[in-house]
Design a protein around this ligand. Structure first.
Ligand SMILES: NC(=O)c1ccc[n+]([C@@H]2O[C@H](COP(=O)([O-])OP(=O)(O)OC[C@H]3O[C@@H](n4cnc5c(N)ncnc54)[C@H](O)[C@@H]3O)[C@@H](O)[C@H]2O)c1
Length: 306
């Protein structure tokens, strides 16, 4: 198939494009920055620029929409910037799809749409009251996609996930726990955890997320002109301390852990139920935390050696 990926130079996009190309798909990436892989057809463009999007989002059957700003904490400080990039950018992408008659979109949503959950594990139809602008953006972006499904006979799939991890995760700055812990232990720095480290989170390996996107694409093709939304979860949450211990084990080195004050609005346990994805997509997370952390640590050690 001919597939356009927005944000294809990022962490998820890089893995996704490689996997799509391996399966023989023809891929075009749209991002503000070049791809890490030289063989990726990349258009450097801002998704907020509707004219440019109309020019480049064409001659494809599907769009995987990953581009955007991703830091919940930063979104609290700069809500307007988040709305401009994530929400206005998504309107641009959808408009470009509409005028060029591309009707299928697979979207990276987030468990941040749920905010402070009332029930754990979270189910798709639990209440969605985001507690930061990032989560609000994701919910609004889902709402835009479902509006295009209704008004223009689009097919949309939103995949909601928590903490991705895996090789080649390089966010700037890196606020995500796994690469941060690996770096801090490697550099003999203190590993900082909030509260007592017993907060449980859902860490999901990038390969499992990529495989879910393939299943979502199949599902979209078989179930057109509808809006679909799924949680992606391992259903096996780990405490922050367990993650640190797993990294220590893989690095064969002890962490110096420093405990910082608890962050307000940081729920103790946060993970989702993945029954719907199991049932309709036939998807289930496969990579164990032990194997995934080992692979990630090996990647970073080799990367820093270079
Ligand atoms: N990483 C996670 O843990 C996680 C969890 C839930 C959801 N998500 C979502 O998955 C998607 C991908 O996440 P990621 O970790 O790969 O992030 P990332 O920051 O590595 O990738 C995002 C990409 O979008 C590009 N981008 C940003 N603004 C743009 C703009 N205006 N125009 C064009 N390109 C722009 C960036 O250059 C970057 O390459 C995001 O939408 C994110 O919200 C990520």
């Amino acid at each position: 198939m001919r597939i356009i990926v927005t944000g294809g130079s990022g962490f998820l996009g890089t893995h996704m494009i490689r996997a799509l190309k391996n399966e023989g798909h023809e891929v075009k990436n749209i991002d503000l920055r070049p791809s890490r892989d030289n063989d990726v057809n990349t258009i450097i463009a801002d998704i907020r620029n509707t004219d440019l999007m109309k020019q480049h989002i064409k001659d494809a059957e599907v769009v995987f929409h990953f581009a955007g700003l991703i830091e919940a904490g930063e979104s609290v400080k700069f809500p307007q910037k988040y709305v401009d990039t994530n929400i206005s950018g998504t309107i641009s992408v959808l408009e470009a799809m509409r005028v060029n008659n591309i009707k299928t979109i697979i979207f990276s949503s987030s468990a941040a749409v749920y905010g402070e959950p009332l029930n754990i594990p979270i189910k798709e139809d639990d209440r969605t009251i985001p507690i930061n602008p990032y989560g609000m953006n994701k919910l609004a972006m889902e709402g835009l996609i479902s509006s295009y499904v209704e008004a223009h006979k689009f097919t949309g799939v939103a995949l909601r996930y928590f903490n991705l991890y895996g090789p080649e995760e390089h966010h700037m700055p890196e606020s995500h726990a796994m690469p941060r812990f690996i770096k801090q232990i490697f550099n003999n720095q203190e590993v900082t955890v909030y509260g007592n480290g017993e907060h449980k989170r859902d860490y999901i390996h990038i390969r499992d997320i990529v495989s879910a996107h393939f299943k979502a694409l199949d599902y979209a093709i078989k179930n057109p002109e509808k809006y679909h939304y799924f949680n992606l979860s391992t259903e096996k949450p780990s405490t922050v301390l367990e993650i640190a211990r797993e990294v220590e084990k893989a690095m064969n080195k002890q962490a110096k852990i420093t405990y910082l004050a608890e962050r307000p609005g940081d729920p103790l346990v946060l993970y989702a139920n993945a029954q719907k994805a199991r049932q309709y997509l036939g998807w289930q997370a496969q990579v164990s935390l032990e194997d995934g952390v080992k692979e990630t640590v090996d990647y970073f050690l080799k990367y820093w050696e270079k």
